[in-house]
Design a protein around this ligand. Structure first.
Ligand code: FAD
Length: 375
């Protein structure tokens, strides 16, 4: 067993740490307030090789793997913004094209992802269904060499940005099929931008699809195997999300230590009080467990371990509530200031709150893991 990150992974970690410090932190309040990532950020990420980490070199990727991607998500999320989604989505969604796509789809989309020319989106949630992807109402009807898609998609992250989406619809057999669609296609309209509680920069929108024509060759994987592809992506997204939670919790602990060392009570910094130190100790131990569980799960994904998707559900089940507890403790250490927007901890507290619902809720993950344990 080796718990050491490789030399390459350590270099990557330091590079993204610096990128977050120099490029994201100065803009973090603005990104949080406006709920929008800066327009040039995707290109900047591409320039330092943060896109296409899960894409083979022949398509312009760095082939760094999922563990590399997780390390980068963690560092970006340290800012308490939703910028890590930009990296996460532009790695985990194209990874589905690598995994399930035809040569033609790979050649058409993957190099553009690596160059930061397109924003990758995924569209399965609808007005009437989120967790229950089997109840999709969006339809795909064959018409010659094409499919015609009609319906709506809710909360599509980066759905208004230029690029492509992996969209899930019910085909003529009633099964779920995944399509790769261009977001500038005729009939694709964005109708609502969601004003979210935190994680500024996520850019979730509603999308309407009216007679959107997609070539049959844009089916991702086999016709009717959409749910399998969706489960694959959701599992990868859970691991990225765990990494982001670890990054936010680390930032919260660092903020709490800084605050506790400077805040005085009875003539001494509160960091000297046993009650505060015990909280710090709990936070540290919880963070270590969450971090290593996340890394291990990404490692299993990179190894294509047969249980990596179940392990991703188990990781989410543990990492999300555990890191939320860490952030809550850090907020309490800040006293009343933890409730004020002048302090980073307030942003972290709101940002981490979304993690329990996105990429399927904790309850659904419990059902997945419970089913595995009792099989
Ligand atoms: C910021 C943000 C970004 C998002 N980005 C995207 C995106 O890019 N693309 C996309 O398609 N979607 C996206 N989503 C949607 C997200 O994936 C869904 O919100 C999520 O899947 C949950 O669905 P729901 O909100 O409809 O909740 P519901 O499915 O209605 O669940 C409501 C409650 O019921 C519980 N529940 C439901 N079914 C079961 C069950 N079978 N067993 C036990 N409990 C159950 C849930 O745990 C939850 O507590 C995003 C959401 C947010 C907030």
């Amino acid at each position: 067993m080796n718990f050491k990150l490789s030399e390459e992974q350590l270099i990557l970690q330091t590079m993204v740490k610096n990128f977050t410090k120099n490029e994201i932190e100065p803009l973090a309040s603005k990104i949080d307030r406006e709920g929008k990532v800066p327009d040039d950020l995707l290109k900047k990420m591409a320039e330092i090789g943060l896109l296409g980490m899960t894409i083979p070199k022949e398509y312009g990727g760095s082939d760094f793997g999922n563990l590399g991607c997780v390390l980068a998500c963690e560092e970006l999320a340290y800012s308490g913004t939703g910028v890590w989604w930009l990296l996460g989505f532009n790695n985990s969604i194209p990874e589905c094209i690598v995994h399930f796509g035809s040569q033609k789809l790979k050649a058409q989309y993957l190099p553009k992802v690596c160059e930061g020319k397109v924003y990758s989106s995924i569209q399965f949630t609808e007005e009437d269904n989120g967790s229950d992807a089997r109840s999709l109402k969006t339809t795909a009807r064959p018409d010659g060499d094409d499919y015609i898609i009609n319906g709506m998609k809710r909360f599509s992250t980066f759905g208004a940005r230029e690029g492509y989406a992996v969209l899930y619809a019910k085909d003529e057999t009633g099964k779920c099929t995944a399509f790769v669609i261009d977001k500038n296609v005729k009939g694709y309209t964005v109708t609502k931008v969601w004003d979210l509680m935190g994680g500024g920069g996520v850019e979730a929108v509603d999308v309407y699809l009216e007679d959107v024509r997609v070539p049959k060759e844009h089916i991702l994987g086999e016709k009717g195997e959409g749910l399998k592809i969706l489960q694959h992506w959701i599992a990868a997204e859970k691991i990225e999300q765990c990494a982001a939670c670890v990054g936010m919790a680390q930032a919260a602990l660092d903020e709490a230590v800084k605050y506790a060392k400077s805040r005085m009570s009875d003539g001494k910094p509160i960091s000297t009080l046993q009650g505060i130190r015990w909280m710090m100790a709990d936070m540290y131990a919880k963070l270590q467990a969450a971090k290593w569980m996340t890394y291990r799960t990404a490692f299993l994904q990179d190894q294509a371990d047969p249980e990596w998707m179940t392990e991703a559900a188990a990781a989410k089940l543990f990492v999300v509530p555990t890191t939320m507890e860490v952030v809550e403790m850090a907020r309490r250490i800040h006293g009343g200031y933890g409730y004020a927007k002048d302090f980073k901890i307030e942003r972290l507290y709101r940002a981490i709150a979304g993690a329990s619902a996105i990429a399927v809720s904790l309850e659904i993950n419990k059902s997945i893991v419970g089913g595995f344990v009792c099989k």
